[in-house]
Design a binder for this molecule. Structure first.
Ligand code: UD1
Ligand code: MG
Length: 457
């Protein structure tokens, strides 16, 4: 079997981004441009992935996890041909190399598989696209009679006739490695940019009578490159529209498909409804009949069926049971697991806590590092004081507890089964089962007391 190598060119500076961050580290849908390309390359299970780095090389290297990458430095950015030449010592002698660009993030696995399928009998294969406005791209020059590819002509080197060509070079190509060894050292920089153009190997191929095949992209946005912030913003919206269309197709109701952001993977059951302005990050799973209100942010969350999340709620690294009601303005932080029929209301923050069936904290509370039993009612303004400045402590609230408003539970502490806590209490010791416990200073009234008056002028 012929070995497959992938080279990702990522050494360019990206001046037009006007940013200190290397271009390929800018994010699209919450993931760096380079990670998008690397993940797609990994799906091909190639024998080797080389990434050519230059500007911000160390930072770029740190950004990609895993030890399956061969990092190839390019000291000076002398052109795409020069960049690929740096990888020659690492490529498998009899393999094939697929060239990808670190700034073309959305190339799909399907398009690449179609391109690879065209690689018969040692031909070179180019991924091309017909576009309305080809400005800036290398043009595909074909023989007028046979339509065979003759060369790629860069925008800056093209004559007026070539500038009229709408078939462009996406930059993505598949070349047998022995040809690369032969041709790359022959490339010259006699062009307007004084760069070593990778695209010049096409003319060399034709000169040697080696056919150049072409393959087309499925969607134009797959080959859109990022050179500046407006292209990045444009591609982000195109990608989000594509994600939204996929969800709609699967039967998810999106109140406005142009106002949703998915920065990871969102998996939905049937009859899920999502209102405007929501952001889904990491892996989010919404089961059947879940409703998500406007402007919620959910990151790495599982929500079981029939649960409603009301507007402006923020939920991260948590599991929410069935038939729960969360929000509006709820904050659920990492390590939280809510059972079924739990209600978490406005301005309630829950962190690293488990809350069992049917329990409610409807207003203005902080529940941290706690284990809450079934059918517990936590009154407004209840705070678990879990932090002593150095350590975190646990609060245990057993089944059927009723906690009056404005209570502080000084952890570590246990509120035993069936306890009732009087409003305004500070609880520092375990409360006995089934009793009323309260800590409250006696109410006094001062007769004859007069309110101070402002002097009259
Ligand atoms: C290149 C193609 C052009 C094609 C276009 C598609 C060449 C000569 N031209 O032009 O035909 O239509 O892409 O987007 O190949 N890079 C390096 N080292 C270098 C130079 C570039 O690693 O010395 C990397 C960049 O980081 C980038 C990629 O190669 O990821 C493309 O380089 P860029 O300068 O953007 O090429 P274009 O002028 O866009
Ligand atoms: Mg470019």
């Amino acid at each position: 079997m012929t070995k497959l190598n992938v080279v990702i060119l990522a050494a360019g500076e990206g001046k037009r981004m006007r940013s200190s961050l290397p271009k390929v580290l800018h994010t699209l849908a919450g993931c760096s441009l380079l990670m998008h390309v690397t993940n797609t390359a990994r799906q091909l299970s190639p024998d080797k992935i080389c990434i050519v780095i230059g500007h911000g090389g160390e930072m770029v290297k740190q950004s990609v996890l895993g030890d399956d990458i061969t990092w190839v430095p390019q000291q000076q950015q002398l052109g795409t041909g020069h960049a690929l030449m740096q990888t020659l010592p690492y490529l498998d002698r009899n393999g094939l190399t697929l060239v990808l660009y670190g700034d073309v993030p959305l190339i799909s696995i399907q398009t690449l598989l179609e391109l690879i399928a065209k690689a018969k009998e040692k031909h070179c294969v180019l991924l091309t696209a017909e576009i309305e406005n080809p400005f800036g791209y290398g043009r595909i020059a074909r023989d007028p009679d046979t339509r065979a590819i003759k060369a790629i002509v860069e925008q800056k080197d093209a004559n007026s006739e070539q500038l009229e060509i709408h078939e462009i070079n996406t930059g993505i190509m598949l070349i047998p490695n022995d040809y690369l060894h032969n041709w790359l050292p022959k490339i010259e920089n006699k062009n307007t940019q004084h760069e070593y153009y990778l695209t010049d190997i096409i003319a060399l191929s034709v000169k040697q009578g080696i056919q150049v095949e072409s393959s087309q992209t499925r969607n134009l946005w797959e080959v859109m490159g990022i050179n500046n912030k407006s292209q990045l913003a444009e591609l982000e919206r195109i990608y989000q529209k594509h994600c939204a269309d996929k969800l709609l197709h699967l039967g998810v109701s999106l109140i406005d498909p142009s106002r949703i952001d998915i920065r990871g993977e969102l998996v939905c059951g049937s009859d899920v409804e999502i209102d405007i302005g929501c952001i889904f990050e990491g892996n989010v799973k919404l089961d059947d009949f879940v409703q998500v209100g406007a402007h919620c942010i959910l990151k790495n969350v599982k929500v079981a069926s029939d649960t409603t999340i009301l507007p402006y709620s923020h939920i991260e690294d948590a599991e929410i049971g069935e038939n729960c009601k969360i929000g509006p303005f709820a904050r659920i932080r990492p390590g939280t697991k809510l059972s079924n029929k739990v209600h978490i209301g406005n301005f309630v923050e829950v962190k690293n806590s488990q809350i069992a069936l049917g329990s409610k904290a409807n207003h203005l509370s902080y529940i941290g590092d706690s284990v809450v039993g079934k059918n517990v009612n936590i009154g407004a303004g209840t705070i678990t004081c879990n932090y002593d400045g150095a350590n975190k402590h646990q609060t245990i609230i057993e089944d059927d507890v009723f906690i009056g408003s404005d209570t502080q539970l000084i952890a570590p502490v246990r509120v035993s089964k069936g306890s009732t806590i009087g409003a305004g209490s500070t609880i520092t010791k375990e409360t006995p089962e089934g009793q009323l416990t309260l800590s409250r200073s006696k109410q006094v009234s001062v007769s004859g007391w007069k309110r101070p008056q402002k002097p009259k002028v």
